[in-house]
Design a protein around this ligand. Sequence first.
Ligand code: FO1
Length: 322
Amino acid sequence: VSVSGSRRYLALCGGVGGAKLAQGLAQVLAPEELTIAVNVGDDFTHLGLPICPDLDTVLYTLAGLAHAEQGWGRGDESWAVHAELGRLGGPDWFALGDRDIALHLRRRQLLDEGLSLSAVMRELAARLGVAHAIVPISDAPVRTCVVTDVGRLAFQDYFVARRAEPVVRAVEFDGAAQAELAPGVQAALADPDLAGVILCPSNPYLSIAPMLAVPGLRPALTACEVPVIAVSPIVGGQAIKGPAAKIMRELGVEPQANVIAELYRDFVDRVLVDTRDAALVAKDARCLVAPTVMRTAADRQVLAAACLSLIEQLSGCAPPGP
Ligand code: FO1
């Protein structure tokens, strides 16, 4: 039952930067006001374990368990299994901490019992004290593959094993065409109280594109009657973290904040860009300037509040169009 006047928001989020804004939104919105839809393109099975990096980064961040500097995995972690695995000749290129392994083991057990990935994430979030909804963009497997100068690579091979050094020619999403939006995402998009959609500052090619590749999402965002805004992950021509700028250059795209408005032009109403890029976007009516670099928890909340007030402003003004 929706209380009249209640406003709900959908956030689309990928890696580390996305998780920070998701946390800010979770601090300013009640659980029933926010759905956080997360990329699953980084996911893979490693040592028989279902690894879900972006889902776990958001989960750990909202649970206050994330390793602050590293951006992935847990802060309070030990590496006994990883070290012994290496000694036994196992693959140690992908670092799995002991407590992180417990979460993967539990996720595998629940998946083997027939739970959907959405249901598994609900259970894990509840166990870690996270009340906000962290939902995979799809319960079906979508796997990001990076076509590079050294071949077509699985995401973690490209990103971790090869440290994102290969030159990117294209990014593809295996399984996306057969995937369905997760029920929680479909519900959020269909919710009559949906007040706005926020694309968190995530890599357009490695985090947002795998979500947009799931049938139904792009058309839903394009048809969206409420504001859809994005926070640029590019500041001053650089990505705050990760290879976004490098990939943009390799794909022949200028790694600048205003390009984000181009990439999402068919469904985004406004792009928030950092104050450092104010001059760059001075003439671009699609862009608005705000501090977008999140160093502290307060920064996350301030940016989250800025997103909500921008949505408010855009809702108040005349309906879009001539
Ligand atoms: N990223 C790394 O650069 N090196 C790692 O050894 C590594 C291990 C790892 C383990 C669990 C997990 O959930 C994420 C992990 N990541 C690691 C990050 C992962 O590559 C993500 O896909 C990126 O953070 C991009 O979102």
